[in-house]
Each structure stands twice: as structure tokens, then as C-alpha cells.
Design a protein around this ligand. Structure first.
Ligand SMILES: *[C@@H]1O[C@H](CO)[C@@H](O)[C@H](O)[C@H]1NC(C)=O
Ligand SMILES: *[C@@H]1O[C@H](CO)[C@@H](O)[C@H](O)[C@H]1NC(C)=O
Ligand SMILES: *[C@@H]1O[C@H](CO)[C@@H](O)[C@H](O)[C@H]1NC(C)=O
Ligand SMILES: *[C@@H]1O[C@H](CO)[C@@H](O)[C@H](O)[C@H]1NC(C)=O
Length: 425
């Protein structure tokens, strides 16, 4: 009897936990509804799902597969991403709230507004109480019609996420007719874009090493590039690129790219290590991220760099510039052992060594003494042109624990309850 009770409690607790942990997973929510499978697939492909999962108080206006196809047929992914981001409202609307809009009409912000590409109210949706109890939706852009109406509630997790079905797509003027916000897929001229973005040195390395071919074939599927700016190559303590073998240059460049589509929103929210083109699926030569507010920093183990700018986000290709060259530990030596916060790095050998070819050059570092002096306590390393690109060497700025702790505390609370019940019964 007691055992049965335990099982019941455990089952209840476990299902509660599952609900809590997956509460914000839109992919999971929609997977229960085959009629929205296309909508769900597009949310995943465009990575809008990551943005949705990272926000609280959000409403998704879904379209069933038949209706959605009228919107997405023959459209390239970047256009679909824009169109769907207009269907993500940055506020929580359940059916009740929809019918209680003050003065019967309101404008609400959408995810599209956050991209910075929306002009003329294109990033807002007009919600209006229509006659006969209907609720109409339309673009807030002047001259738009409210020809989409609320049809039914799909799912609510108050007050975090609400999924509502609407009758037809909300189409902001110009979104579908206009050429894609950026060329998509194989139309992208990587070298031209990178040169224009101030990454001439990186571009010439891509071309001279032949990695451009790898990039061009990756672009057909998905590709993310983290291109160091020209300033990044002027930083002291960089290996002398002329002394690297071609294989090392190839690895170094491939380390600055991922075979996945990782737009900024995903970079900001995902805690998973980033597979690079240099990783070859072996789990090494990965990058990790930390987030502070809206700023994302990449870490190689040896060096760190802030994401400076998004040059291109055209699903499934994204190109960022970064402030510093990312040196993979596997190629350039061991990571300095993380010093406890506030203590000087006293370790005698944080000096990176060129592992693969020790005979080539005793000092792979161009403009610096063979052994960089240990950093003074609390001092920001002065080796990068940009102030904030290298200031979290030991991953102390990790935002992970902050995000994880609510789940942990729930786990702890629940375990306490379980133990309490077990003792009781
Ligand atoms: C829902 O949002 C509130 C804050 O608005 C937050 O405290 C809570 O953890 C969220 N619940 C879930 C299940 O994510
Ligand atoms: C969301 O759910 C899907 C399918 O249910 C799963 O594959 C995915 O890993 C989940 N994502 C997160 C961030 O938990
Ligand atoms: C929403 O659209 C309707 C119809 O075009 C308009 O009358 C109303 O003023 C709009 N609402 C807001 C808040 O702009
Ligand atoms: C890409 O742009 C560069 C100029 O930066 C040009 O030389 C090259 O021919 C272009 N490649 C393609 C495939 O259009």
C-alpha cells in the first residue's frame, strides 16, 4: 500500500516536473497537434522556436497546415521567418483577454519588431473586437485590413505562453512581395559581404586557404560564420599566421564557422556548445557562449570574443563579426587553469604552444615576448583592441547558472515534498 502511494506521488511529481521543464517548449506544445505540424516545422527551421522559448508572456497565432501553405508556398525561408515572426505577439493573450481589450482595439508588439528591420508599424499587430463577438487581427501598418479572425484556443500556460489559432495569415504590406530581406542560401557572396563588413584579412585567408569552397558547399544546407574584424588580427599575442602550416590555417578558419544555422536569438539562449566546421563531429574544437544582457561572448578556452555585429541573417545562413580571433585550445595550447575570482593568475605557463608543429617555431607569437606576463589581479587583459572582448577569460561571466537556478530550486522543492510524503506515509 505504502509503496503504491509512493509510486503515485512520484508519478505526480515527475509529471509536474516534466510540465515545468518543458513548459516553454513550443516545439513540444505544437507536436500534440498534427494540424499545425507545418507551422511547427517552420518555427524550428527558422529557429524562431528558440526565441519563443526564451521569452515569457508570449502569444503564438498559429495557422493550420492548409492555411499556412497559402502564406509560405514558394517563399524562401528568410521571408517565411519574417512572416511567422509577425504571428508571435510579445504579450500574453488568452481567449478571455482577447475579448476584454480596453476600448475594443489595441496594437501589440510582435517578434518581428525586435529584429530592427520593421518600419512603419510593420512590427505591430492590430487586435480589434469586431461586431458579433469576433476578434480581428491585422497588420498595424496603415491601410491594412483586419481580415484574420480568432478561431480557437490551442493551449495556454498562464501567463507565459498562449497558442491561439487564427483564420488566415496576418500579412504586413510588402513582406511577401518584396525581395527577401537578404539573398538566401547559395545566392550569398560570402567574400563580398565579409569585405564590406571590415573583415578583409579573414576574407583573404578564406580564399588563400581554400576554405571558401567548404563555406560555399555548407551554405546550401546551413552555415554560421564568426568573422574576426581586421582589428582583431592586429591584437598582440596572436600566433604569427605566416608561421602556421596551411592545415593549421584551415583549422583556425573552420573554427570560426559552424555547420548549423545559429541566429543571434539562438546564440543568446542556447547553452549547448557550438560545433564548428573544425570539430568534424568529434566534439572537440567547439565554442562555448556566455551571455550578459543582450551581449553574447564566444569562448574558445584560450580566448574570448564578443559578437560584434550581425552582417547577414538569411535563414539558413548567418554571418557575424567578432572582435577577437578565437584560438582553439586544441591547436594553440592549454587553457590557463581558471583562477579563483580575484586572485592573480600565478600559473607559470599560460603560454599557448603550437601543439601540432613544435619544431616550426619556438615562439608562434608575432608581437609579444615569448611568455606573456601573468595578469595582474583584477586587471583587464590589454591584448585586444576592443575593451570588452576578452574580459571574461575564465568563464566567470557565465549566465548559465542564472537561467538554470529556477529549475534547480523547483527540483529541490519537489524533492523535499517527496521526502516529506514518504516520511508521512
Ligand atoms: C511563468 O512566468 C513566470 C513569470 O511571469 C515565472 O515566474 C514562471 O516560472 C513561469 N512558469 C513556467 C512554467 O515557466
Ligand atoms: C523541445 O521539444 C522537442 C520535441 O518535443 C525536443 O526535441 C527539444 O529538444 C526540446 N527543446 C528544448 C530546448 O528542450
Ligand atoms: C485597428 O484597426 C482598425 C481598423 O483599421 C482601426 O479602426 C483601429 O483604430 C486600429 N486600432 C489601433 C489601436 O490603431
Ligand atoms: C563575390 O564578390 C567578389 C568581390 O568581393 C567578386 O570578386 C566575386 O566574383 C563574387 N563571387 C561571385 C560568385 O559572384
Amino acid at each position: 500500500m505504502a509503496t503504491a502511494l509512493h509510486s503515485v506521488f512520484l508519478f505526480l511529481i515527475l509529471s509536474l516536473l516534466t510540465t515545468i521543464i518543458s513548459a516553454h517548449n513550443i516545439t513540444n506544445i505544437l507536436s500534440e497537434f498534427p494540424e499545425y505540424s507545418q507551422f511547427n516545422t517552420f518555427l524550428s527551421q527558422t529557429k524562431l522556436a528558440d526565441e519563443i522559448n526564451s521569452r515569457q508572456a508570449i502569444t503564438i497565432l498559429v495557422l493550420n497546415n492548409g492555411v499556412l501553405s497559402t502564406l509560405t508556398d514558394k517563399q524562401p525561408l528568410p521571408v517565411i521567418k519574417t512572416a511567422l515572426s509577425i504571428h508571435v505577439l510579445l504579450d500574453y493573450y488568452d481567449p478571455q483577454k482577447l475579448h476584454q481589450i480596453s476600448k475594443g482595439t489595441t496594437l501589440t508588439t510582435t517578434l518581428y519588431q525586435t529584429t530592427g528591420n520593421a518600419q512603419d508599424n510593420l512590427g505591430f499587430v492590430n487586435i480589434t473586437d469586431l461586431k458579433g463577438g469576433n476578434v480581428g487581427f491585422g497588420s498595424a501598418a496603415p491601410g491594412s485590413k483586419l481580415d484574420s479572425t480568432y478561431t480557437k484556443s490551442v493551449k495556454q500556460l498562464p501567463y507565459n505562453i498562449s497558442v491561439l489559432e487564427i483564420s488566415s495569415p496576418i500579412i504586413a504590406p510588402g513582406i511577401l512581395a518584396a525581395p527577401a530581406p537578404a539573398p538566401s542560401g547559395s545566392d550569398v557572396n560570402i567574400t563580398a559581404l565579409l569585405e564590406k563588413a571590415g573583415c578583409k584579412i579573414f576574407t583573404s585567408l578564406i580564399v588563400s586557404s581554400g576554405v571558401i569552397k567548404t563555406f560555399q558547399s555548407a551554405i546550401e544546407k546551413s552555415l554560421t560564420i564568426f568573422a574576426p574584424s581586421d582589428g582583431a588580427f592586429k591584437a598582440p599575442r596572436l600566433p604569427d599566421l605566416n608561421k602556421l602550416t596551411n592545415a593549421q590555417v584551415v583549422s583556425l578558419i573552420e573554427y570560426h564557422a559552424s555547420p548549423d544555422y545559429i541566429p543571434f536569438g539562438t546564440l543568446r539562449t542556447s547553452k549547448d556548445p557550438i560545433n564548428t566546421l573544425a570539430s568534424n563531429g568529434a566534439g572537440i574544437l567547439v565554442l562555448t557562449t556566455t551571455t550578459a544582457g543582450d551581449s553574447v561572448t564566444l569562448h574558445s578556452g584560450l580566448t574570448s570574443s564578443r559578437i560584434a555585429e550581425t552582417v547577414l541573417d538569411a535563414t539558413p545562413v548567418v554571418i557575424f563579426t567578432v572582435d577577437s580571433v578565437l584560438l582553439p585550445t586544441e591547436l594553440f595550447g592549454k587553457a590557463p587553469s581558471p583562477a579563483p575570482a580575484g586572485e592573480p593568475v600565478a600559473s607559470p605557463s599560460p603560454t599557448p604552444v603550437l601543439a601540432p608543429s613544435p619544431n616550426e617555431s619556438p615562439s608562434p607569437f608575432a608581437d609579444s615576448p615569448p611568455a606573456p606576463p601573468a595578469e595582474a589581479p583584477g586587471e583587464v587583459p590589454a591584448d585586444a583592441p576592443s575593451d570588452d572582448s576578452e574580459n571574461s577569460k575564465s568563464d566567470n561571466g557565465n549566465a548559465g547558472p542564472v537561467m538554470v537556478s529556477p529549475v534547480l530550486s523547483v527540483l529541490l522543492t519537489v524533492s523535499t515534498i517527496v521526502i516529506f510524503f514518504i516520511i508521512l506515509s
